[in-house]
Design a protein around this ligand. Structure first.
Ligand SMILES: [Zn+2]
Length: 451
């Protein structure tokens, strides 16, 4: 395996290990979610709020890391740090990377409905942060749960895709545990407890291979401490097998995985042009424009292909709304900080949409055709509110495809859009009166992949 894992200092400097996994909570700490205030736009806590740079709301922790470790309970802030920065969940140093990707160590699932076996070929969503090689081996020796069985893998694609947490449905009284995709507008109604990464392009690692560990050093190596370590905590909120993120699973095609990885890198680069600052120097603004164009420019060709292949007027309008502003002006860069932040948002939306098209599924036109069929057969009754998420799940397409298809159908009079953003099937009388004007939406290839 990679020789970059060798460390000549190991022999002379005894490794320092944290006595407890860094992501575990301590008995001296308590985690709590203050009462939430509900707004039409989302939930908030009375000050002080724990809101991160991306706008996610997090719980509060009081107390200090003292007393006894609570291995089964995860400190959401440590989980977030380890997951976002790809740090070892035990020592919080850098997770081990090799030419095959980042190292992950996970207990073997029980194979039940709540804890189903993993399908590494399809890729997996996980809330457990990665590990370093040294702590992986150590944990498999010490942790009873990992001794029962573990899976260790190199993951070449490691995309942040979602957030697990407590969701407060605006129309229901009881909060529920949920996992939502990044970019989901419902995140405004969630208190986050963990970040979710998609792991793809997987290579299994044999942790019993002594060769692999010959020179592995702890991620938090520093001289002078006694090496002691406990087992890694297993994060408690497990992901349901039929997670909303399941549709984002990529095929195990290395070329697709590579494209996905490159898109992910550019999406995270764009993340840096998203701050709450209200003003910036001309130089900072110009640098930000360069970064946005450099991160999105290489993808404009693919986006134009998707635009051309789209069989949906709303889908084409959506691609155009990204392609036009992201095409650099021949007259040079002119804009303000808020404008470049907006452009960066558009760039990230476009790259995420391109990422979605890597997963083969029905085209937007075909989704529209299916919804139309359900309306005409009465499966979707006149005046009924259209449950977009359930529809997306049943058709195994991204929620955005259902929205675009409904916008197309609204133009034909088959469905109606309400100001609140929801859709209903047009009432029977309304449909009859508009039938003369209604055109069947254009349907292209039924299995087209592009939006
Ligand atoms: Zn480590």
């Amino acid at each position: 395996m990679s020789t970059s894992l060798l460390h000549p200092n190991l022999v002379t400097n005894p490794p320092r290990l944290e006595p407890v996994p860094a992501v575990a909570l301590w008995s001296g700490q308590s985690l709590h979610i203050p009462p939430v205030c509900l707004d039409p736009d989302g939930i908030y806590h009375e000050d002080p709020e724990n809101r991160d740079a991306s706008g996610l709301l997090w719980p509060r922790i009081s107390g200090t890391a003292t007393g006894t470790p609570r291995y089964a309970d995860v400190n959401p802030f440590q989980q977030r740090k380890a997951m976002a920065e790809l740090r070892c969940q035990i020592g919080m140093g850098p997770a081990t990377r090799s030419s095959l990707g980042v190292l992950w160590l996970l207990p073997v699932p029980e194979g039940t409905e709540d804890d189903p076996a993993r399908d590494w070929d399809a890729g997996e969503n996980v809330i457990e942060p990665p590990t370093c090689l040294f702590h992986s081996r150590d944990a498999t020796g010490r942790c009873p749960e990992l001794r029962k069985g573990h899976e260790a893998v190199w993951a070449c694609v490691t995309e942040l895709v979602g957030v697990a947490g407590v969701y407060y449905p605006p129309d229901r009284p009881q909060p529920v545990e949920r996992t939502l995709a990044l970019g989901d507008p419902d995140l405004a109604f969630m208190v986050a407890t963990a970040l979710v990464r998609y792991l793809g392009a997987i290579t299994p690692v044999d942790l019993s291979d002594p060769q692999l560990f010959a020179d592995a050093v702890p991620c938090n190596l520093s001289p002078g401490d006694t090496p002691t370590v406990h087992c890694p905590a297993r994060p408690s909120p497990s992901l349901p097998s039929a997670s909303l993120l399941a549709r984002r699973r990529l095929p195990a095609d290395p070329a697709v995985a590579q494209t996905a990885g490159m898109l992910t890198q550019d999406i995270s680069r764009l993340q840096s042009v998203k701050s709450r600052r209200t003003s910036a120097s001309a130089e900072v603004v110009e640098d930000a424009y360069h970064l946005v164009y450099a991160s999105t420019g290489p993808w404009l060709g693919l986006a134009r292909t998707r635009y051309t292949a789209s069989d949906s007027p709303a889908g084409r309008a959506r691609w155009d709304a990204w392609i036009t502003p992201l095409t650099p002006s021949p007259y040079g860069i002119r804009g303000t900080w808020p404008q470049v932040c907006l452009l960066s948002d558009l760039g990230r939306e476009m790259l995420r949409a391109l990422h979605e098209t890597l997963v083969p599924c029905l085209s937007v036109g075909s989704v529209g055709q299916e919804i139309q069929r359900r309306i005409e057969s009465g499966t979707l009754a006149p005046s009924a509110r259209i449950r977009r998420r359930a529809l997306a799940k049943s058709l195994q397409v991204p929620a955005s495809y259902v929205n675009l298809a409904l916008v197309d159908l609204a133009a034909t009079g088959l469905v109606e859009i309400y100001a609140g953003g929801h859709f209903t099937v047009a009432s029977a009388s309304h449909r009859v009166s508009r039938l003369g004007r209604r055109q069947r939406i254009a349907i292209g290839a039924t299995e087209a992949r592009a939006a």
